[in-house]
Design a protein around this ligand. Structure first.
Ligand SMILES: Nc1ncnc2c1ncn2[C@@H]1O[C@H](COP(=O)(O)OP(=O)(O)OP(=O)(O)O)[C@@H](O)[C@H]1O
Length: 331
């Protein structure tokens, strides 16, 4: 249903599986010697028969706890890994063939990896990317101008990449990854380790970039702020298996049986007042927050307004982090 609002399918994973065969060794010297003559292997099912499609222009959040299989999926979609079974198609290409026409239309940005030349000033590192992607001078100049402007890079262009702060480097990494104006952008933890301002700058930039160019974005992040700011749709993966694919709002509704009603009172009331209304989750002076069953929210808010000295009532969902924790807990 969601896809009807967007264009054609540009990313497709069909029963995608990626298994790693890893050497297993018990700790200790004896085990080390034994493993020397007889190696034991185990299979890690990092991604296990995952299927989804993403349409042109969509921004999709890819969520899951540590080790869920997100990076492995992104590596299969960008062709860095060959699927064990199943198939992936991106922009009509089979990614692991790494065809130049495919590579010129995608980008993978990994928050924890540096891809720009470390010893060069940022401006020269961008030149290297221009040469790698064979970008013509005109499009290069206009892409660079736009990225310098959107990411506020002017003061950084002549600094060596190695001396940039993490936030500055990340902004340069994004510029370097987008100079060739990819149609599909894979982002793996793009705000990792950034402070609040750095995170906000990256989010604003990504939103603008998506709006301007209609780029398709698949984004993993442990910061729910990134996902709520950018993506309407989320894929949730755990232990290599897809647990949810749909609107973030639907995920919130399905996995959060409670809503939070925040009441600001004109005067304090006895603690027993709240019995039967909801579970008190915090009291901060005149502001009381109750967790109430989702279906009863409106009725309880009305009761509060008619029976108590209420100055203000606000209703909200619990933090998305908490909801995602619930999803994983029940997975
Ligand atoms: N090269 C590898 N060899 C063996 N096992 C691997 C390899 N890469 C990843 N794994 C394992 O595959 C599983 C999925 O890892 P992956 O990096 O895809 O998870 P992730 O969801 O990106 O996690 P995180 O949020 O911690 O980055 C994990 O159990 C991991 O240990």
């Amino acid at each position: 249903m969601l896809r009807a609002r967007y264009g054609r399918t540009v990313i497709e994973a069909r029963e995608l599986a990626k298994h790693y065969r890893v050497h297993r060794r018990q700790p200790g010297l004896r085990a080390a010697l034994r493993s020397f003559v007889r190696r034991e292997h185990v299979t890690v099912r990092a991604v296990d028969r995952v299927s989804f499609t993403i349409a042109e222009g969509e921004v999709v959040g890819f969520l899951g706890p540590n080790g869920a299989g997100k990076t492995t999926t992104l590596k299969c979609l960008t062709g860095l890994l060959h699927p064990t079974t199943g198939a992936v198609r991106v922009l009509g290409h089979t990614p692991h063939r790494r065809e130049p026409e495919f590579l010129r239309r995608i980008s993978l940005v990994m928050g924890q990896r540096n891809s720009l030349f470390w010893d060069l000033p940022a401006a020269d590192a961008f030149e290297v990317n221009r040469a790698i992607y064979g970008i013509a001078p005109g499009p290069y100049r206009s892409a660079l101008e736009e990225l310098v402007d959107l990411l506020d890079l002017e003061p950084l262009l002549h600094k060596q990449v190695r001396v940039l702060s993490l936030g500055e480097r990340m902004r340069c990494e994004l510029a370097g990854a987008l100079l060739h104006r990819p149609d599909v952008l894979f982002l793996d933890e793009p705000t990792l380790g950034l402070d609040v301002n750095g995170q906000a700058a990256v989010r604003t930039f990504l939103r603008d970039y998506n709006t301007r160019h209609g780029a398709t974005v698949l984004l993993t992040s442990h910061y729910m702020g990134d996902v709520t700011a950018l993506a309407r749709r989320v894929l949730v993966i755990d232990h290599g298996t897809l647990r949810f694919d749909g609107d973030l709002a639907a995920l919130v509704e399905a996995h959060s049986p409670h809503r939070l009603v925040r009441v600001t009172l004109r005067e304090t009331v006895p603690a027993e007042t709240w019995a039967g209304l909801g579970e008190v989750s915090s009291i901060d002076g005149a502001v009381v927050t109750l967790a109430v069953p989702r279906a009863e929210t409106a009725a309880i808010a009305a009761r509060l307004l008619t029976t108590l000295p209420v100055e203000d009532v606000a209703i909200e969902d619990p933090p998305v982090e908490e909801i995602i924790r619930n999803v994983f807990a029940h997975a």
